[in-house]
Ligand binder design. Structure first.
Ligand code: SF4
Length: 236
């Protein structure tokens, strides 16, 4: 007789991290990476905007491979409109959702020319009015290109916000608002990079590598991953 599956335990959500520890947690990440940068390749606000639009459901490495040839041919709104959707497709066909992205990027570039004299606006409302630009993309552009203390909540930051207790929330917007309230203002602008990079390389989705985490002392995640066993040396 088949054994019924054990009932799934509800995911354990840690308590919110005390505010003093939010600073200590981020300062530990800052000591390990004092000058964090976006891993997307870009030269100016326009090429950053294009790269971020292309990065939806795609890795930064794949976007960088595509933009290496794309930006050689079209690195301005004017050149992008002249390239057109078919020309753009030659460069981005390897990326997920490329047809919609090609359509959005040509139209977005046309609107930048028509409504913003070809420049990327440093304004949330104007950015979010562009095709293919949502709140997360606008937050990345405002933060990285214009130095504004915004918080773009992607899958990594959403996970970290909940897992560590730094800013628990049921939706990306709740986590964003929690981080904006709880991260000290002097750390806010770079916190976006520290958290994304930490989630990408250490606090991974399936198995966080807590044993080598520089911020473990302040993290509220109750089930921290122990170090893997050391393999005995092979006998010759
Ligand atoms: S201790 Fe583990 S769960 Fe906490 S932030 Fe570090 S890697 Fe993530």
């Amino acid at each position: 007789m088949a054994v019924p599956p054990a009932p799934r335990r509800a995911a354990r959500r840690p308590p919110a991290m005390p505010r003093a520890d939010v600073r200590r947690f981020l300062e530990a990440l800052a000591r390990a990476n004092p000058d964090p940068r976006s891993e997307l390749t870009y030269a100016d606000p326009y090429t950053l905007l294009v790269a971020v639009v292309l990065s939806a459901q795609t890795t930064d490495a794949a976007v960088n491979r595509a933009t290496q040839t794309l930006f050689a041919e079209a690195a301005t709104p004017d050149a992008m409109v002249r390239l057109g959707e078919a020309g753009l497709a030659r460069h981005i066909r390897t990326l997920g959702l490329w047809q919609g992205k090609a359509r959005n990027l040509v139209e977005l570039s046309r609107r930048l020319l028509d409504q913003h004299a070809g420049a990327v606006p440093a304004d949330r409302e104007a950015l979010e009015a562009l095709p293919g630009v949502g709140r997360k993309t606008a937050n990345v552009v405002l933060n990285v290109a214009f130095g504004q203390p915004t918080m773009a909540v992607d899958t990594h930051i959403f996970r970290l916000g909940n897992r560590t207790g730094i800013a628990p929330g049921r939706t990306p917007r709740e986590v964003e608002e929690g981080l904006l309230r709880r991260v000290p203002p002097d750390l806010l602008r770079q916190a976006h990079h520290w958290l994304i990079l930490h989630g990408r390389y250490v606090c991974k989705a399936r198995l966080p590598e807590c044993w080598r985490c520089v911020a473990a002392a302040w993290c509220r995640f109750p089930a921290k991953t122990p170090a893997p066993p050391v393999k005995p040396p092979r006998r010759s």
